[in-house]
Design a protein around this ligand. Structure first.
Ligand code: EAX
Length: 340
């Protein structure tokens, strides 16, 4: 009995050695990573909920990456500000290397990489087609490259969306309807200046604090794209939604430079290609669902103001636009406006 057992153990050991296969190359479809190959589980952070296009996109990114690296590189998505309270804090964590990937707006990015602030100028982008042409063209490429110096590797523009003003006081068509209104903005200098110039009272705050600030009436309103408002069920505490579309808010897929530098070149290429591919998927998802989400919330009592006087908003923000032209260079702004 004992001898048989010893024999079986020796046999199992021998078989396991054969299984390891030394320097043998694995078959292309092998699910096992050979020894010495790069393996990682990348932590993705975001402020948004699991049904938001950011999260659906990040999940798809993870699935594709796992498939394309035979399971060597996996992704865990932490939604709902689980890893940090706001987007600025998330980007700081990427710089320190404690979080690997950020999917979030460009809102706070201008505080790290100043050239990025230009995309947050109100009424700069005409429509989604214009957005895609600029962000996927040479201007977008340069803005991503500029981030390299800041410890943040910007790989692709995803989408947050056109932002709209919401509040609890009344319908807003023109800036005068929102005069003096305490409105939460992102920690973004272009947004804050534009709202201040238009006569509102912008109050920057981390996203995860906005819901309770609205509930406690510390602020009167906020501004965000449809998907963010819908995902956070803000229609339960905000009554008026104005389709101001005052600014387009790009999103970014960013990798911590500390992490990026540890990743072998071939895997960097897979990651970059996949992040760019999912960008198109995520943008489409965001755009396709907007009207449906609005209708659903309208059915539950949200008052949507569709006939916003956009030219009145533009006019009220004019002094801010003059300031932006000085700050960024009129030629740079014109290059975006003139992109066809
Ligand atoms: O990126 O903070 C914000 O208002 C952002 O739009 C939101 O977190 C999505």
């Amino acid at each position: 009995m004992k001898r048989i057992l010893v024999f079986m153990l020796v046999l199992m050991f021998a078989l396991s050695l054969v299984g390891c296969g030394g320097d043998k190359k694995p078959a292309a479809d092998s699910k096992e990573a050979p020894k010495g190959e790069y393996k990682a589980n990348l932590k993705v952070t975001m402020t948004q909920v699991v049904t938001h296009p950011y999260a659906v996109g990040a999940k798809k990114f993870g699935d594709l990456l796992k498939e394309r690296t035979n399971g060597r590189i996996q992704v865990t998505v932490y939604t709902d500000s689980q890893l940090a309270k706001g987007e600025r804090e998330m980007l700081e964590a990427l710089q320190q290397g404690t979080i690997d990937i950020y999917v979030g707006s460009t809102g706070p990015v201008g505080n790290f990489s100043p050239s990025m602030l230009i995309v947050d100028i109100p009424f700069l982008f005409r429509d989604f087609n214009h957005v895609d042409k600029v962000l996927d063209g040479p201007i977008g490429k340069q803005l991503l490259a500029d981030m390299d110096k800041t410890g943040l590797k910007g790989l692709a523009f995803w989408e947050n969306g056109f932002r709209h003003v919401t509040n609890n006081k009344g319908p807003v068509k023109v800036p005068a309807d929102a005069k003096g209104m305490k409105i939460r903005t992102m920690e973004n200098k272009a947004h804050m200046l534009a709202f201040k110039t238009a006569g509102l009272n912008p109050t920057p705050m981390a996203w995860s604090e906005v819901y309770s600030a609205l509930q406690q009436k510390v602020i009167d309103g906020q501004e965000n794209p449809v998907a963010v408002f819908y995902g956070s069920k803000m229609n339960e505490i905000q009554k008026y939604f104005s389709l101001t579309g005052h600014v387009y808010s790009p999103a970014l897929f960013v990798v911590s430079m500390k992490k990026w530098n540890q990743i072998p070149k071939a895997d960097q290429e897979i990651i970059e290609k996949t992040a760019k591919e999912v960008a198109a998927f995520e943008r489409k998802l965001n755009r396709d669902d907007e009207e449906k989400k609005l209708k659903e919330m309208e059915g539950k009592g949200l008052v949507i103001t569709r006939d916003v006087d956009k030219s009145a908003w533009q006019k009220a923000m004019q002094p801010a636009f003059d300031e932006f032209a000085k700050q960024f260079g009129k030629d740079k702004i014109d290059a975006i406006i003139n992109t066809k």
